[in-house]
Design a protein around this ligand. Structure first.
Ligand SMILES: [Zn+2]
Length: 575
């Protein structure tokens, strides 16, 4: 995939007005310097969503949603990063930079998409003429509308139906091969990969066919599901079957139901559960988890109730855990022996299936049940073992209420906190040290807050050399912000915050960015410069203290003495 230079993104966002982008989708009301609205990302009656034209970012005080015009498009229009970039570029009349090689690849990619599309149409045409494939879908209750919506087709029996129809020249043969539609025997003979199967095209997030899944008609006719191999366009660990259709069917996706097979997805749709997607013959990967939660806050995983199902569910849990930000929920539904979502929805209808989802096991419960499975919790050893198993997993949960509750639950079950290793002694509550309490905001903080309001102010700090070695809370962060702005002078507040999106500092940074700061840009510039000078003084003092301490303990060498003299003179000069 093409990497887009940061400088281009910065310029793109500098030329974009977030108020226009958001305002085109959500009615905004002007309030002082900012705009407000009811948050489009959570349900609310009174507006807690604000858009700042000067800082070029949005922020919701209710659910914590925040970001730039780019992330707004990704979240609101559910676009992938590159698509969101292209959308903004189109609005501003900028061209997304691509290398020449990339351009050739693009032509190539287009040909590959076309070949897959042609194959999908070929399979669809063959469904019309295959009585047994139609009988199969009729038997499953899949009607014409759903067949069209999912572009369901049929790959004829025999070894060369597709090859004969579409592989008319060398170039097309190569494309079909790269699209994963052929197999090769050990004598090098090329033949159709999918034969006598009902064909389910797999769409990417823009609705283009990128691969196929084929399902046998009769139970004992080879593997039940056969997928396209990995190709340039298809990586099964990153795709979800049905996601395109779910997006088409729902304005706002409240939940996603993850099932095992294509037929499950299609049946659920047919019976009115239009939120189902399937992983493609793989366990739920971290990429899947990310994709799921990017599209819906609640995710339900359906598995067989047997041991294999439990194992698969645990794999899904492991992928999901590091993505359990606040506001996200995961549930596990285990189906009775011999049933799958397809059979259940046909027997019980959407309401019955829905009722089962309501009863699904929350992630927290599944987590502790599974970990404690073979443990005797009545013993001290058992409790210690559970705590031992839980700790590394709990550490992966992002900061927030959910993580806190999970750790609290562990303590309730075992009496052992997630962080400590000593069972009985409870950790003392953290209190700010007396020196910190009641102090005015630190110099570091006062610079950071101004840089967050106007990043370009960092450019007036020509060098951080004079204070970078100061051992102060937040110094690393300050240095990072300054370096970032020097590297990307056009950076907006929104992009700056985005840079820290995955880090724990982001919450504090957001708060600072939202603060009402008296004065104007020129005041802030002087305040920043003044604070920098004071920091430099502190650093001189820190070094002086060090040298004097060394003088007392072990004596100074010539270089130290020279440095000490210079520092003392500099201090006199400054006073
Ligand atoms: Zn919100």
């Amino acid at each position: 995939m093409a990497r887009i230079p940061d400088a281009f993104i910065d310029e793109l966002l500098a030329r974009t007005d977030i108020v226009e982008v958001v305002g085109g989708r959500v009615p905004l009301k002007r309030q002082g310097k900012e705009y407000s609205a009811c948050c489009p990302f959570h349900d609310e009656r009174s507006p807690s969503f604000t858009v700042s034209p000067t800082k070029q970012f949005y922020h919701c005080f209710g659910c914590g949603a925040h970001g730039t015009a780019l992330s707004f498009l990704m979240n609101y229009d559910r676009l992938e990063f590159l698509d969101a970039v292209e959308e903004l570029a189109r609005r501003t009349g900028m061209e997304v930079p691509r290398e020449t090689q990339q351009r050739n690849e693009n032509n190539d990619t287009r040909d590959l998409f076309n070949a897959l599309e042609a194959a999908a149409r070929f399979f669809q045409r063959n469904l019309d003429t295959s009585d047994k494939a139609k009988a199969y879908l009729d038997g499953r209750g899949v009607d014409a509308a759903i067949r069209t919506q999912f572009m369901i087709g049929y790959a004829p029996d025999g070894y060369s139906a597709l090859k004969d129809a579409l592989g008319t020249d060398e170039r097309r043969m190569k494309l079909l091969d790269r699209a994963g539609l052929f197999s090769k025997n050990d004598r090098g003979h090329v033949y159709d990969k999918f034969r006598d199967r009902v064909m389910f095209p797999i769409h990417d997030r823009r609705g283009r066919v990128i691969a196929f899944g084929g399902r046998v008609l009769q139970k004992d006719d080879g593997p039940k599901y056969l997928n396209s191999p990995e190709t340039a366009l298809f990586h099964k660990g990153r795709e979800l079957y049905g996601l395109w259709q779910v997006k088409q069917a729902n304005q706002k996706i409240a939940r996603l139901v993850v099932v095992e097979g294509y037929m499950d997805v299609v049946s659920l749709f047919q019976f009115g559960v239009k939120e189902a997607v399937a992983t493609l013959g793989t366990a739920t990967t971290p990429e899947h988890a990310e994709l799921l939660f990017r599209n819906a806050p609640d995710v339900y995983f359906c598995f067989d109730g047997d041991a294999a199902g439990q194992r698969a569910a645990w794999r899904a849990l492991e992928s999901v855990l590091p993505r359990m930000k606040d506001g996200r929920q995961a549930f596990f539904l285990f189906l009775p022996d011999g049933e799958d979502p397809d059979t259940i929805v046909r027997q019980e209808g959407a309401a019955g299936f829905d009722a089962r989802l309501q009863q699904a096991t929350p992630l927290s419960q599944f987590f502790f049940d599974e970990l404690a499975k073979d443990i005797k919790l009545s013993t001290l050893d058992g409790k210690a073992r559970l705590a031992e198993r839980a700790r590394p997993l709990l550490a992966q949960i992002p900061d927030g209420a959910f993580g806190d509750l999970m750790r609290q639950r562990l303590t309730e079950i075992t009496g052992v906190g997630a962080g400590s290793t000593v069972p009985s002694a409870p950790a003392p509550a953290r209190r700010p040290s007396p020196s910190q309490a009641g102090q005015k905001p630190s110099l570091v903080r006062s610079i950071i807050v101004r840089l967050l309001h106007k990043p370009a102010l960092a450019l007036s700090i020509e060098s951080t050399h004079g204070f970078s070695a100061l051992r102060l809370a937040g110094m690393d962060l300050l240095l990072e912000v300054i370096a970032l702005v020097h590297a990307r002078p056009d950076i907006t507040t929104g992009v700056l915050l985005e840079h820290f999106a995955e880090r724990e500092e982001v919450v504090a940074l957001q708060k600072l960015a939202m603060q009402d700061l008296p004065g104007d840009e020129e005041n802030w510039r002087l305040e920043v410069l003044d604070a920098a000078v004071q920091l430099e003084k502190q650093m001189l003092q820190q070094r002086l203290d060090e040298l004097q301490a060394k003088q007392r303990s072990m004596g100074l060498d010539e270089a130290d003495k020279y440095e000490l003299r210079t520092l003392l003179q500099a201090r006199i000069g400054r006073h």
